[in-house]
Write a protein that binds this ligand. Structure first.
Ligand SMILES: Nc1nc(=O)c2c([nH]1)NC[C@@H]1CN(c3ccc(C(=O)N[C@@H](CCC(=O)O)C(=O)O)cc3)C=[N+]21
Length: 283
């Protein structure tokens, strides 16, 4: 039986650190502020945005939510981003993805000031990550690294396999594992003999977006399995990209869904917003 990595617990610890630092800033008259933009009414996005709002309250940030209708035009959305770029109360801007059809995600990401880009999606922040000289790390991959650190799981010299190559998770995840001296392989939909590759992994990160895609036969005995998925199973119940019940019998440690990577994502968002606030106040 594997160790079940408790993302809720690690997330609470990270948020507590942020809360303590925020308290000190507030004494100096500085309050970190996060703006969250949500366009349309995707129910999953709603849950995530509510969790972000709750986290802001918990750590003592100002949070402003901008819920726009699905009919919002590109011009209206960019006008809001520009307004928030100038807003002195706001240190971090997050536009919840995916956007409804017809809106240009890339243009919105590039319109957010890199100094307020707490998702680290802007090309200039992505480039900085690749060089290894960055202010912000992307929330989901950085959340995974924080979990590994918290459970003293070393990466150096380990065979790390990432399934999925999205700009938001797979690619930056591979880069962060590389920074910690893992031997990293990225696999994707065109990978041949996927199972042979995943079976080599000491650390396996699943970021595919398909419910229970990773089955026990794809996992090496004793591996660490990180599940980035937020999927729905055949009964509409929240599940991950990993067949948790079967895989947990074979691996040494595993993250559950819910209660794994998701809460960590939010904790890193809080860290990034605090950092953005400090940078913008020359602290
Ligand atoms: N610009 C942008 N930045 C993001 O960081 C971003 C995004 N867009 N779009 C969607 C994904 C997804 N995401 C999650 C956040 C919290 C949970 C979370 O709190 N999950 C809980 C509960 C989930 C539930 O109950 O449905 C858990 O896993 O335990 C999950 C997923 C952030 N994302």
């Amino acid at each position: 039986m594997a160790i079940i990595i408790d993302g809720k617990k690690v997330s609470a610890e990270v948020k507590e650190q942020v809360r303590i630092e925020t308290e000190e800033l507030i004494k100096k008259g500085i309050k970190p502020g996060l703006a969250v933009i949500i366009v349309g009414d995707d129910p999953a996005s709603r849950v995530y945005v509510n969790n972000k709002k709750k986290a802001c309250e918990k750590v003592g940030f100002l949070s402003k939510e901008f819920a726009l209708p699905a009919t919002t035009t590109q011009e209206e959305l960019l006008a809001l981003v520009n307004e928030l770029n100038e807003d002195k109360e706001i240190n971090g801007i997050l536009c919840q993805l995916p956007l409804p059809k017809g809106l240009d995600e890339k243009a919105v990401i590039e319109a957010i000031s890199p100094l307020k880009d707490v998702d680290a999606f802007h090309a200039s922040n992505v480039g900085k990550i690749m060089i290894g000289d960055y202010d912000f790390l992307p929330c989901t991959p950085a959340g995974v690294m924080e979990m590994l650190h918290s459970y003293n799981i070393p990466v150096e010299g380990k065979e790390c396999v990432v399934i999925g190559r999205s700009n938001i998770v797979g690619k930056p995840m591979a880069m962060l594992l590389l920074h910690e001296n893992g031997t990293v392989t990225i696999t994707h939909s065109r990978t041949k003999n996927l199972k042979e590759v995943t079976k080599r992994a000491d650390i396996l990160v699943a970021a595919i977006g398909k419910p229970k895609f990773v089955t026990a036969d794809m996992v090496k005995e004793g591996a660490v399995v990180i599940d980035v998925g937020m999927d729905r199973d055949e009964n509409g119940k929240l599940c991950g990209d990993v067949d948790f019940e079967n895989v947990k019998e074979k691996c040494s440690a595993i993250t559950p869904v819910p209660g794994g990577v998701g809460p960590m994502t939010i904790a890193v968002l809080m860290k990034n917003t605090l950092k953005a606030c400090k940078i913008q106040n020359n602290l």
